[in-house]
Design a protein around this ligand. Structure first.
Ligand SMILES: [Zn+2]
Length: 485
């Protein structure tokens, strides 16, 4: 046992999800990304004196949806609070957030680890808040400020410190991403910053039974799933090394540097916070009446776990297939549309998980931009199922479908790819091959069974891959049997 195994890490995550509303949380400004800097602004989101914020109803709906999806308690009354701090990208000098009475509390999600074990990760709270602006540092000597993002709505999802490894943190984050995408409340893009994650990490002796947590360190700026895993592993190791060397962990905030693969301390001035939260006097408490709650609840779609379970029972798929296919709602929908054409569900699953996902990866596109419509893929699978084309030819047809957007039927007809399933025709080809390869025939009959593959290959080649492979195998065996003494 290495010394490292004598420690246990304790990890909690704070996730910020940027909500897909058209307008900001407290004003009518657009949330559109990529507009000219400082153009999506008004006196309210710039925090001019005397203006009054008005809450965007959609933000509350999105928060309740996420609360329901994480089995949280939805507080029928919640409050907005001012979080006071000074920063150049925060013109008001405070951020409107929720503190004492958040909209959701006490939720949880379930993760499934690689070894198949399941674990429940608690969610302490989910609250609504506004985003701050953006400081842009890479413009020579100066720093520029773009306040378009000021007032863009966020959900902050705070987990319990229930995770013990970087793998668990990764899976929890993946689950949160999957849920916000299923609910269509956030696009879940970490690289573009619409899903952000900070981690609180501490370590404690594993075997001593110590219940108290060690001193925690916060890591920020992990802008991809890969970086979350790397940064957490880095920090766990760093803390253990410090303790092993007889040192003490200092409570601090670190910024992850993905290029250097290490974390650096933020300047102490930047992390010394005393927010002086107090209820925002400009915003009335948020009340969610039963009628409205029921209306929102009716909008909750079939969620990933339920969909996965249904895929298992309805399509009799292996657990792995059901998990991969329900990774995103769009992929699941695509698969289900294919099954509207063919009832060979396992074949449909194999094609979607294989060729389709491979193409999406190669072209770096999402299923929404995939060139082959599900009906066409269903048509291709039907042709294989009916024996019209072989599985091998189907791969070529698939490539042709990608390039031309034609249906499988059209391509098969145009290129004359219909499978040869005529016994006499295949027997005729085999006879010719036996005539011109007498030596190999003899080798096989002398017991060199490997040569069988050569005859399969020659037959397929002579028929341009169109011969029914099962028939080729059967007829070759029959032919050899007839030659055996
Ligand atoms: Zn505004």
């Amino acid at each position: 046992m290495s010394f490292h195994e004598a420690f246990e890490a304790v990890i909690g995550l704070e996730v910020h999800a940027q909500l897909l509303t058209d307008t900001k949380i407290f004003c009518g400004c657009s949330t559109k990304f990529g507009n000219k800097p400082n153009s999506n602004v008004c006196p309210i989101c710039l925090g001019h004196p005397g203006v009054l914020p008005v809450l965007n109803k959609k933000v509350v709906e999105f928060a309740v949806l996420m609360g329901i999806a994480t089995k949280s308690k939805i507080n029928r009354t919640s409050l907005f609070a001012r979080k006071n701090y000074f920063y150049p990208d925060l013109p008001k000098g405070y951020q409107i957030s929720q503190f004492e009475k958040p909209i959701c509390e006490f939720g949880f999600v379930e993760i499934e680890k690689k070894d198949g074990t399941k674990k429940t990760i608690g969610i302490t709270r989910i609250h609504m808040e506004e985003d701050a602006g953006k400081s842009i540092h890479d413009r020579g000597e100066t720093t520029s400020i773009d306040v378009n993002r000021c007032g863009v709505p966020l959900l902050e999802i705070v987990s319990e410190p229930d995770m013990r490894t970087a793998e668990e943190a990764f899976l929890y984050l993946a689950k949160i991403k999957q849920l916000v995408q299923y609910l269509e409340i956030c696009d879940g893009n970490m690289e573009e910053g619409s899903l952000r994650c900070d981690a609180n990490i501490s370590v404690r002796p594993d075997k001593s039974g110590q219940k108290a947590f060690g001193t925690k360190v916060e890591i920020k700026n992990m802008n991809s799933f890969k970086n979350v895993e790397r940064a957490i592993n880095y920090e766990i190791k760093r803390q253990i090394d410090v303790i092993e060397d007889g040192g003490k962990i200092i409570q601090q905030t670190l910024l992850w540097d993905a290029d250097a693969n290490e974390a650096h301390a933020m300047r102490s001035k930047e992390e010394a916070h005393d927010y002086r939260y107090f209820p925002d006097p400009d915003l009335v408490p948020v009340e969610i009446h039963s009628d409205w709650f029921d209306e929102i609840k009716a909008k909750v779609p079939e969620l990933p776990d339920a969909k996965e379970a249904r895929f298992l029972s309805q399509y009799h798929l292996p657990a792995y297939d059901a998990e991969v296919l329900t990774q995103s709602k769009e992929l699941a929908n695509y698969f289900e549309r294919v099954t509207g054409i063919t009832n060979d569900y396992k074949a449909a699953s194999n094609w979607v998980m294989g060729e389709v996902l491979k193409t999406l990866n190669e072209q770096k596109i999402s299923i929404a931009d995939f060139q082959i419509v599900p009906q066409s893929l269903g048509g291709l699978i039907t042709l294989i199922q009916q024996g019209t084309i072989s599985g091998k030819i189907a791969k070529d047809v698939f490539a042709e479908m990608l390039a031309t957007k034609k249906t499988a039927e059209e391509i098969v007809k145009e290129k004359n790819l219909v499978q040869i399933s005529d016994t006499a025709e295949i027997e005729n080809v085999i006879r010719q091959i036996f005539d011109t390869n007498e030596n190999q025939v003899k080798e096989y009959l002398d017991g060199k069974e490997k040569v069988f593959g050569f005859f399969v290959g020659q037959t397929m080649k002579a028929t341009k891959g169109k011969a029914n492979p099962k028939m080729v195998n059967d007829l070759l065996k029959k032919k050899f049997d007839s030659l055996k003494p």
